[in-house]
Design a binder for this molecule. Sequence first.
Ligand code: MV4
Length: 469
Amino acid sequence: MSTAPRKFKKILIANRGEIACRIIWTCKEMGIRTVAVHSDVDRDSLHVRFADEAACIGPAPSAQSYLNIPAIISTAEIFNVDAIHPGYGFLAESSYFAEICAACNIKFIGPPAPIIRLMGDKVKARRAMAEAGLTVLPGSPDPVTSEEEGLKLAREIGFPVIVKAAGGGGGRGMRIVQAPEELGKALEAASNEAAAAFKDGSVYIERYVQNPRHIEIQVLADEYGDCIHLGERECSIQRRHQKLLEEAPSPVLSPELRNEMGDAAVAACKKLGYASAGTVEFLLDEDNKFYFMEMNTRIQVEHPVTEMVTLADIVRNQIRIAEGERLGYTQDDLLIVGHAIECRINAENPETFAPSPGLITAFNLPGGPGVRVDTYVYAGYRVPPFYDSMIAKVIVHARTRDLAIARMKRALEAMVIEGIKTTIPLHLKIMDDPRFKAGDISTNFMEHFLTQNGSKIAKNRNGAVALAG
Ligand code: MV4
């Protein structure tokens, strides 16, 4: 075990958008120099201006820029950086990229490559987490290779079951199966979708939980086996597996259940030798039973709600841990104060969710007590059509959930983004929704909400979305 901590003088941020800015802000506070990389069309993004140095790594398509490992590694070499922060998306969960960084003597700011690889395979992750003590739903310990095998398993588990892709996550290659006669088709469809999306057609089966809540535990672990959790985030409000808003703490967790979920996540991470920030995702059923779903080995979009209620800087902790420092706090140091909500502001039509890139002609950010905005755009900026549509996150913090909702409303009302369409009006409606206000939310919330609000979007039987009418 090395005793002299690594100290980073310069970090390359292998990402774009608000998360690249977010990482640079913390680096500045830590006195660490930053190198931004950007595509041709991202020259005018704020992450390029905020960084001490910047390099263009390729044309607009991310396969040739933000996923271009040779371009990123050679930039890191030329600018002589000590470490690379991958942000989320792009190369953040590429065990291959993490290995390349190590081979080039550049510290990858994230967990060890073997753990990234393990968690990327949802079948292996499920098995490893079950062995590490987490409860998983009844299901297959290995990928299902035939309809007969699947049927036998599904009958043991009991219907409904869900077919999931081993390479998956994000809902692709997923099918809910209500009855035995549907299983064959579902296995084939899920496998084909998975093969196309992840180059791996392996699928597995689990008992299906109706109306679950998506609750995830933020963990921090150092390289010496210490691990703590920072409480949970409630992420049930999503549409087609894209989260729209998140909050911390969850309006439904008792302190006892929070401790139980947190302690279970921490114990499992310790057993696996996890290091860095990470998120253990759980499904919470209507009887308050929780089941391991997936582990994310990266910083997440919704990390700010945890930062607000704990006063932790998760990026700072990722960097300190990667430097080889000890965590330095114990679980008893964790304090959760008040309530935080994050609304993702996307450049999208708020009724159809169609992308709405283009020139921002007017822009005003909300401020005042308890308001944080993470963004990379400004008045006069042209949102490019090549990347995901999230252009800002509005995060509020207040004493109680009711006060946080009132604060979010006034922040969104003060926010001006003209020239493109955004999801601000949708969030304003959610803030007024009686079920949302009551904390009565599950993963089905948005479907009900959009139907009730006369959305032009209707969901067809396959879960695909079509314009009604
Ligand atoms: C489930 C489930 C119910 N039962 N697994 C969706 C994406 C992927 N991460 C796993 N997902 C689900 N897995 C079992 N056994 C319901 C979902 C699910 C979901 C989970 C979290 C947030 C939103 C969701 C929306 C639909 C389905």
